[in-house]
Design a protein around this ligand. Structure first.
Ligand SMILES: O=C(CO)[C@@H](O)[C@H](O)COP(=O)(O)O
Length: 276
C-alpha cells in the first residue's frame, strides 16, 4: 500500500477522534491554550506530526533523582529530542520508581515531548492519572494485562499518543492486528527494570521485522536498553527511529557539567545517522 494511503488514514482517524470527542484540539496544529502559552511552541501528544527521523530519548532513570527538573533542562539544552520516563511498580518489574505525582512535578520542565513507559501491571487503572500528569505518549506493555486494545483506546481517549512495549520474548504477533491503534512500538532490548544492562543483539532482527510489518504506517519504532554509540547504528539500520538511552547519556555528566550530556547525545545520534 502506498504511503499516501496510510497518511490519509492517519489524518482521517485524527479527525474522527477529534469529532467524536468534540475536541478540535486533536486535529489542528498547536491550538491548546497550554501549548500556545508555553515558551516552547513544539507540538506534542496527539497533535504532533509524524516523522521518522532519529530521536534521542534520554531515560531519566539514570538522572540525579534529587534534581530531576534541572537534569531535564540540562539534557534538553544539550539536544535531547524526547524525555523518557520509566514508572515501575515493583510487581511487573522488580524495581520501584516514580508515579503520576512525580510525572506531574517534572512536566513543567519538559519543553520537548514526555514519553512515559509504564512498567506497571495492571496499567489501565493508572492511565488517566498519567495522562492528567502531562504525559504526551503513554506506552503500556503487551504483557501487562489481558486487553491491550482496551488500554490503547483508554490512552487515545485521553488525547495522548499510544505506545505498546514488547518484552524480548513477546512476539510481534501481539500487535499485528491492531496497528491502526498504535503510535509507537517499543521493542525492549533488555529485561525491563534497571538501567545499565547489556544490549541484546538478538533483538536487531525483531526491529527489522517490525519495520517491515509497519510499512508506511505512521508508527514510531523505539528501542530501550543498552543503547549507546556502538549499538545505536545496529538498531537504526534495522529501522528503529526513537532511541532510549539512560546510562550512555548521563554517564560522566551532571547539571554542573552539561556539555558531557551534549557529547554523549551527539555521539549516539551521529552513530545512528551514519548508517541511514
Ligand atoms: O526501561 C528501562 C529499564 O527498564 C530503560 O529506559 C533504562 O533506563 C535504559 O537504561 P540504559 O540501558 O540505557 O542504561
Amino acid at each position: 500500500m502506498g504511503s499516501n494511503y496510510h497518511a490519509v488514514g492517519w489524518i482521517a482517524r485524527r479527525i474522527a477522534f477529534g469529532l467524536k470527542n468534540g475536541d478540535w484540539r486533536q486535529i489542528g496544529p498547536v491550538t491548546t491554550p497550554a501549548l500556545r502559552d508555553s515558551h516552547c511552541a513544539k507540538q506534542r501528544g496527539a497533535d504532533m506530526p509524524f516523522d521518522r527521523s532519529i530521536k534521542i530519548a534520554p531515560s531519566i532513570l539514570s538522572a540525579d533523582f534529587a534534581n530531576l527538573g534541572a537534569e531535564i533542562q540540562a539534557i534538553e539544552a544539550q539536544g535531547a529530542d524526547w524525555i523518557h520516563v520509566d514508572p515501575m511498580d515493583g510487581h511487573f518489574v522488580p524495581n520501584l520508581t516514580i508515579g503520576p505525582n512525580v510525572v506531574a512535578a517534572i512536566r513543567p520542565h519538559v519543553t520537548t515531548f514526555m514519553d512515559v513507559h509504564l512498567m506497571i501491571s495492571p496499567a489501565d487503572p493508572y492511565i488517566g492519572a498519567f495522562a492528567k500528569a502531562g504525559s504526551d505518549m503513554i506506552t503500556v506493555h503487551a504483557e501487562a494485562g489481558p486487553h491491550l486494545h482496551r488500554s490503547l483506546q483508554s490512552v487515545r481517549a485521553e488525547g495522548k499518543m499510544a505506545g505498546v512495549a514488547l518484552n524480548m520474548t513477546t512476539p510481534l504477533d501481539h500487535v499485528v492486528d491492531i496497528l491502526d491503534d498504535i503510535d509507537m512500538i517499543l521493542i525492549m532490548t533488555i529485561n525491563p527494570g534497571f538501567g545499565g544492562q547489556k544490549f541484546t543483539h538478538a533483538m536487531i532482527d525483531k526491529v527489522a521485522r517490525c519495520r517491515a510489518m509497519i510499512g508506511d504506517r505512521p508508527i514510531h519504532i523505539q528501542v530501550d536498553g543498552g543503547i549507546d554509540s556502538t549499538t545505536a547504528p545496529l538498531v537504526a539500520k534495522a529501522g528503529a527511529n526513537v532511541l532510549v538511552a539512560g546510562s550512555a547519556v548521563f554517564r560522566g555528566g551532571s547539571v554542573a557539567q552539561p556539555d558531557v550530556y551534549g557529547d554523549n547525545i551527539r555521539a549516539i545520534r551521529d552513530a545512528a545517522q551514519s548508517v541511514l
